[in-house]
Structures are given as C-alpha cells and as structure tokens.
Ligand binder design. Structure first.
Ligand code: FES
Ligand SMILES: [Fe+2]
Length: 404
C-alpha cells in the first residue's frame, strides 16, 4: 500500500469488524499510540499499589506510566499525594530512586529542592524576587479505593465515587484497607499494551497455555460444567463469611464520567482452597472469613488494573503501557496486614501460581505480537470465550473517537 493510500485512524476504526481482532495498525502505528496516550492512557486511573507501602511520613515510591514518572509520597500532613517527577527548573527527573523515605527531594541536576508536598524550598543563585511558590512540582491526580492507591495523568479524571460506594461491600469481605503487600514483581513485556490486556481478558488460551492455572481455575470450562462447580461454591459461601455479589460496570457498562469497575466470584476446582501449587492455604484467611469456600473473586478497576481475591491472599495485576511496542505487568501479592513472613506465609509459595502463569503469558503475548506484525496477518473472529476481550476492544475504539 502506498503511503497516500493509508486510511485515516477514523476510517480504520470505522472499518473495524465487530467481533474480530484488531487491525495490525492498532499495534504498530505510532500515531495510534499517540492517540491512545491522549484518549485512553492519560485519562484513566491506574493502580499504584496499596497504602501500606507508604506507612510513614516521607515514604515514597516512583511509578512510571507511558512516558511519565510520578512520585507518590506520604506528606507531612499524613496524606498521600502524587507529584510529577519533573523539575520546575529545566525539567530533569527529580527523584531517581524507586522507593524510599525522605522529607525532601533534591533535583540531581542543579539542586532545586522540594518538600513532600512538592513545594520548592531551595534554589541556589536565583535572582532577587524569584518566587519559589510559583515553582512547585505539578500535582498528579491521586485517589484511593479502600486502601488501594490510584493515579491518573489528567486533571479531570473519571469519578471514583460509585466505585468506592459499590465496591465497599465486596472489598470489606477481604478487609482491603488493612492488607499489606507481601511481594511485588515487574514483568517487562516487549509488546504493545493491548496485547497484554487482551490476553488477560480471555481464558480461551488457559487450557492450552497454562497447565498450572488450568488445574485449579474453572474459567475455561464450558458453561454446564462451570455451573456445577459454581453452585457448590455458592452453597458454601455464606458459612465461610462470603456473599454472592455481582457488579458489572466494566468498560462500556461504566457510567459516563466514571471509572469502570466490576466484581464477581468464581469457583476453583474442588481440591483447591486457594490459588496455590497444592491447593492448600498459603496465608491466613483474609478479613473476617471463617473458612475457604473454594472461590476466587475477580475485581476490575478501570482499563489497566485487575485483581483476584482468593480467601487467603489477593493478587493485583497492573498492565502499564511503556511505549508503543512495550508494556509491563506489575503484580502485587497481598496478605492480611498482621501476617508475618516466614511464619504465616512463604513468599515463594504465595507467588508461585501467578509467577509461572505470568511468565507463560509473556511468552504467548510476545508470540502474538510477532505474528500480528507479519504481512500475512489478518484479524480473525473471536470465540464465545473472548466476550470480555471483545467488549474491551469496543470500549477502546469508542474512547479513541472521543471528541474532546
Ligand atoms: S533541572 Fe532540576 S535543578 Fe535544574
Ligand atoms: Fe494467561
């Protein structure tokens, strides 16, 4: 195709067949990635971890999303805030550490120094009358949902109000505000971010790609078999201190101006109390749970952040775009706040399932990306087990066409 024949992005979206995989250009065209940055990536909340990571005043972590770097810090007033990690002098990154504790951040370039609220407190050799108060680090939108930290790279982010209200009940079951992060790993994935999230959205591949996961998770079963195990869990649920709650405000089902969110619980195979190698517990029961109902709860928080809550631990996955041909998956394993490492849980046991699963996901995502870059690639039809992925794509295409 000659360059002048290349359809516009609008024409490409219009030509996209519903129920089919995306056209090659959605994964390869840097102009589409730029549009995604504006319309999707910078406009939506992304999980930044759990408040327990920043327990003390001055505790900070730095989060990188797309081409942004954000300092998340507990300030002197005890509140957590997010600051753009971009010096107001000539723009250097200010904080080069990934995490730590500090009452101030000194820019490594010329030494401009900021406090934990982002206020400029020292700048050498500036002319008389230089007004430091006009050069604070810029604030980044920050929000919390029952102990989970989120940031958004725009000043008018989607409202979290309904998510906070509707997710309060299911999140209270696992006592989310009092969890702690027992382990965290980052997986770099050399493929466009949509490959990573599309893969997470469907379990059509689970039976073929994840022998470990497929041993315990029932998502890849057909509906009749799934119902049978599901009913068994539902009968046990209440005695275990859980409740049947279903919320679907995900993607296209989100209310206008609000972050999408969802909750549901799915049974594991009967031998499995939790997502562990042998099916036995790997940490103390969460919240006020009394026993294992043999289920795992799926949480959705906006387009990049997902969570699986077993009865004894929570696994959070954040898929972060890092460039048009690269992304990363950050996983947080969380347990109850008072659990002690080495006594109540073992990090290797806790992380085993989703470490092996994510390593194999990375491989299939990269293979997917390689094939899609081929001149022989043509988008194929989705199966009945890829409905969530299909509606995710529908949502992205809708967002890319936002007029504002
Ligand atoms: S760029 Fe930060 S002090 Fe100069
Ligand atoms: Fe997978």
């Amino acid at each position: 195709m000659h360059e002048h024949d290349t359809p516009s992005i609008a024409a490409l979206i219009a030509a996209q067949k519903p129920g089919y995989a995306l056209d090659q250009r959605f994964y390869t065209d840097p102009a589409i990635y730029e549009l995604e940055l504006e319309k999707v990536i910078a406009r939506n909340w992304i999980l930044a971890g759990h408040v327990s990571e920043l327990a003390e005043v001055g505790d900070f972590k730095v989060l990188k999303v797309a081409r942004e770097s954000v300092i998340i810090v507990r300030g002197g007033d005890g509140a957590i805030k997010a600051l753009a990690n971009v010096c107001r002098h000539r723009g250097s990154l200010v904080c080069l550490e990934r995490r730590g504790n500090s009452r101030k951040f000194a820019c490594p370039y010329h030494g401009w120094t900021y406090d934990t609220d982002g206020r400029l407190i020292a700048a050498r050799s500036m002319p008389d009358g230089f007004d430091k108060s006009a050069y604070s680090l810029k604030p980044v939108s920050y929000g919390e949902i029952h102990g989970l930290m989120f940031i958004c790279l725009c000043d008018e982010p989607p409202s979290l109000e309904s998510a906070i209200r509707d997710l309060e009940e299911p999140m209270a079951l696992f006592d989310f505000p009092n969890l702690k992060v027992a382990a965290q790993k980052t997986y770099d994935i050399p493929a466009n971010w949509k490959f990573s999230i599309e893969n997470y959205q469907e379990c059509y591949h689970c039976a073929t790609a994840h022998p470990e996961y497929a041993r315990m998770h029932t998502l890849m079963l057909d509906d009749e078999k799934k119902d049978r195990v599901q009913n068994h869990m539902l009968e046990n649920m209440e005695a275990c201190g859980l409740k049947k709650i279903d919320i679907d405000r995900i993607d296209t089902a989100a209310r206008p101006g609000e972050m999408g969110y969802g909750y549901s619980r799915t049974a594991l195979f009967s031998k499995y109390k939790t997502g562990s190698k042998h099916g036995g517990p790997v940490a103390p029961l969460l919240g006020n749970l009394k026993d294992y109902d043999g289920g795992g709860s799926d949480f959705n928080f906006g387009p990049f952040s997902f969570m699986l809550a077993y009865s004894d631990h929570v696994v959070a996955y954040v898929f972060t775009p890092t460039g048009h041909k690269s992304s990363k998956c950050e996983i947080y394993w969380m347990v109850r706040g008072d659990a002690k490492e080495g006594v109540d849980y073992d990090v290797d046991e806790l992380t085993w399932l989703w470490d092996v699963t994510t390593i194999s996901d990375k491989e299939i995502i990269v293979n997917n990306s390689k094939g899609v870059h081929s001149r022989y690639y043509e988008p194929g039809p989705f199966s009945g087990m890829e409905k969530e992925e299909s509606s995710y794509i529908e949502w992205i295409l809708r967002e890319l066409q936002r007029p504002d």
